[in-house]
Write a protein that binds this ligand. Structure first.
Ligand code: URA
Length: 434
């Protein structure tokens, strides 16, 4: 087989066979196919797309490029959740303990944040002492002991994706639905769960800004899961404004704890209940979505979900005192209130701008090896549909360094106003295999 023939075939819009896809992934990981040829193939895929079967083959080939996690030692149906990334998305911190408290084992591999979006591992790092570096044995044993573990993704899972993603990043080929879907699903499948609930974000703060593209991505990922014999349900959820009020690692841990105490913002709570009930049904801990929702409400009201979070913190070396004393979390040296120049109802709050401001304050990374300031971020005081008077505080900026006026201006510009409230839904659509 010659790679140039594969390239020619895809360039001309023909479908590649399973053998050709395996040849290409094996050869690329082994260093036998150079970056310049693989770049050309990514560009051909970008323009010609892939069939459902090609996308499944590509995903499975990437899964088999490295180790796969064996979760069979953990009793029960293991259900994972994945978000395509947003601003203020601390869902895993709430959902993990909440679902685990209702009996579904949670074996969660998570990532770090990049650019305007955050990552679960960074948020957990704000808890003093908390370590996300677990060996596979420790990870599995912890889920067996307390029903939940959250660890950073090991380098040995789907290494082909890591290599391919870096190449796509510098060849303008990230935005291809078969490449994104296979990238996400290869990591998920390698991490070993039996089923997945996917949160596909749509809007200004999301990877997919357009509803029809998000639908296509969700349908493709559901199809890959089905092809791999796993259950997958995807939700399309709005990411035009940040989720909750807190953006930035320490601030988001506080909001997650408040949500586990039953005092969280309504959008974050609603999202956790929606995704969580789907997970409980998939894990066969509940017979229906309604029953699952009641179980989740009860786990919050009884304190069981918060207790599970405390157990998680203790098991991974963190200080559980943060649950009752937020001053134990990293605190910003500089805080600045941003005031409104306008009067009216908040009609828009651009999530991407707020994510970027948070990154510039120190909460996020421009490049993947940048250090971050765990205390930094944006605490919103107003969100879409809130009434705001001139001079009222829109947001408080937190940072370890003096805060530039340009960031204040950006936050003011992120807000749009209108004369009347006009709310839009958070959960847009549910997509499952037919
Ligand atoms: N996230 C991933 O893991 N892969 C992509 O290709 C895009 C987003």
């Amino acid at each position: 087989m010659r790679f140039v023939d594969i390239l020619e075939k895809k360039r001309d819009g023909q479908a590649l066979t399973t053998e050709e896809i395996n040849f290409m992934i094996r050869g690329y990981v082994a260093g036998e196919i150079p970056d310049y040829q693989m770049s050309a193939l990514c560009m051909a895929i970008y323009f010609q797309g892939m069939t459902r079967q090609e996308t499944i083959d590509l995903t499975m080939s990437m899964v088999h490029s490295g180790d796969t996690l064996d979760l069979s030692g953990i009793p029960g149906i293991k259900v994972d959740k994945h978000s395509t990334g947003g601003v203020g998305d601390k869902t895993t911190l709430v959902l993990g303990p909440l679902v685990a408290a209702c009996g579904a084992p949670v074996a969660k591999m998570s990532g770090k944040g990049l650019g305007h979006t955050g990552g679960t591992i960074d948020k957990l790092a704000a808890i003093p002492g908390f370590s996300s570096e677990l060996s596979t044995e420790e990870f599995v044993q912890q889920v067996r002991n307390i029903g939940i573990a959250v660890a950073g993704q090991t380098k040995s899972l789907a290494p082909a994706d890591k290599q391919l993603y870096s190449l796509r990043d510098v060849t303008a080929t990230v935005d291809s639905i078969p490449l994104i879907a296979s990238s996400i699903m290869s990591k998920k499948l390698a991490a070993g769960a039996d089923g997945f609930v996917l949160d596909v974000k749509v809007g200004s703060g999301a990877f997919m800004q357009d509803l029809s593209q998000a639908q296509e991505l969700a349908e493709t990922m559901v199809g890959i899961g089905q092809g791999a014999g796993r259950s997958v349900v995807a939700y399309l959820t709005a990411m035009d404004q940040p989720l909750g009020y807190a953006v930035g690692n320490s601030l988001e841990v506080i909001e997650a704890i408040e949500t586990l105490k039953g005092q969280g913002p309504s959008d974050l709570t609603e999202l956790c209940l929606t995704l969580g009930s789907e997970m409980l049904v998939m894990a066969k801990q509940a017979d229906s979505i309604d029953q699952a929702r009641d179980m989740l409400d009860q786990a919050i009201a009884s304190g069981a979900a918060l207790d599970k979070f405390r157990q998680l913190i203790v098991a991974q070396g963190g200080d559980p005192g943060v649950i009752d004393d937020f001053s134990l979390l990293p605190q910003a040296t500089y805080r600045l209130e941003v005031k409104s120049d306008h009067q009216g109802y908040v009609a828009g709050l651009d999530a991407r701008t707020i994510g970027n401001v948070s990154m510039h304050l120190g909460a996020g990374r421009r490049h993947k090896d940048d250090a971050i300031d765990l205390s930094a971020g944006v605490l919103l005081h107003k969100k879409v549909d809130d009434l705001c008077r001139r001079g009222e505080t829109l947001a408080t900026l937190h940072s370890a360094k003096p805060i530039e006026q340009a960031l204040v201006d950006l936050v003011q510009q992120a807000f749009g106003f209108s004369e009347a409230a006009d709310s839009s839904p958070l959960v847009l659509e549910r997509i499952a295999a037919e």
